[in-house]
Design a protein around this ligand. Sequence first.
Ligand code: PLP
Length: 393
Amino acid sequence: MISKKMQAMVNSSSAIRAMFEEGKRLASLWGEDKVFDFSLGNPNIAPPAAVADAVRAELQADDPVFLHGYMSNAGYDDVRAKIASSLNARFGTNYEGGGVVMTVGAAGGLNVVLKSLLDDGDEVIVVSPYFGEYRCYAANFGGKLVEVPALADFMPDCAAIEAAVGERTKAVIVNTPNNPTGAVYGADVLKELAHALERASKRAGRPVYLISDEPYRELVYGGAVQPYVGAYYRNTLTCYSYSKSLSLAGERIGYIAIRPDADGYDELCAACGVATRILGFVNAPSLMQRVIARCVDVKPDVEFYDRNRALFESVLDEAGLEYVKPQGAFYLFVKAPDGDEAKFCARAKERGILIVPSTSFGVKGYARAAYCVSPAKIEGSREAFKALAASYN
Ligand code: PLP
C-alpha cells in the first residue's frame, strides 16, 4: 500500500499532466490533426544549434569519467563560475560560483530551496494564480502555501503580501514572466515588493526570502522588459531553468543563484548542496552541465513564440473569446464566457481542444492555453475555437 499522503497526491494529481495524457488518447482515437493540445508547456522548437554542437563537442572529449561521473553535489565548479560571471555581466549582479547550485530544472531547484528553508508547518506565500505544483513542492517538506490574490492586472499585491507575512512565513514565491497569465513584473513592482519584504523581514526579526522562479526569464514580447528579479532584494533565491529558453525540458537542467549578501549565505549554499544530494538528485545531469558551460549566453528563439502569440490571439479574437494579453512566457489565460472554467474546458475537449482549468492555478473563471506548439496546430484550431465560443451563444 502506498502512503496516505501519497494517495492524496495521486488523487489530486496534476490536471495539466492529465490533460496531456488525454490529448494522446484522443489523438489515437480521432487522429492527430483533430486534436489541439495546448495543455503542456513543452517547447515545440528544437534547441538552438549551439546546444547540439556543444553535445557533440563534449562527447568527443576523451575523458569519459569526467564527462559522465559524479562531481560535487552543487555541480561542476567551472560551470557554476561561468553562470555567475554571465549573470554578473548581464544584470550587474555580484554572484560568486559558490553561490550557484546546479539543479534538475526549476522544479528541482524549487524543491532544493524549499527543503533548505522549511520546517514542518512553515508557510510560503504565493501570488494567485500560480503554478499549481508549488502546492506539492511545499507539502513535500511539511510547508503550507498561503495564497495572496494578484491585483486585477495580475501584478502582485505587495501590501497584501506584506500583511500576509506571519510568524511561520519563510518565503514568498514569485514567477515572472508568469505561468499561467503571461504577466511580466516591471521594475516599479519589483521595487515595491522588495520594500514590502524588507519591512516584513524587519518586523519578523529574520529574513523572509524571495524565491524567484524564472524559467521564462527571456521570453517577453511587444517591447516588454523583464528586469532581473534578484537585483532588487538581497535575500532572493533565483531558480532558473533551461527547459524553456533552450528547449531542454526533458534534459532537466537549471540552477539556483544565491546573492553573496543574502542573510545566511554560507549556510544556504551548503544546505542547497546537501539538499540536492539527499533528495536523491545527487547532482544535476553532468553532460547537460557541461553543455550549459558552452551555451551560457545562447539566446532563445523569442521570435517563434512571439509569432505564435500573435497567431493565437488572432484565433481567439476571431472566436470572440476574452483573454489576458500576455507580455511574456508562452501561455494565454482565456476567460470562461460564463465564468465556469470546468464547463469551458469540457466543452473545449469535445471539440478536440485541450486547455487547463484555472483551478489548477488556484483561481476560478479561466483556462490556460500553452502556445509553445507548432503554428500549424494553432491555425488548425481556429474553427474549433469558433465552435467553442458559438456554443455559448
Ligand atoms: N515553474 C514554472 C512556473 C513552470 O511553468 C515550470 C514548468 O512548466 C516549472 C517551474 C518547472 O520547470 P522545469 O522544467 O525547469 O523543472
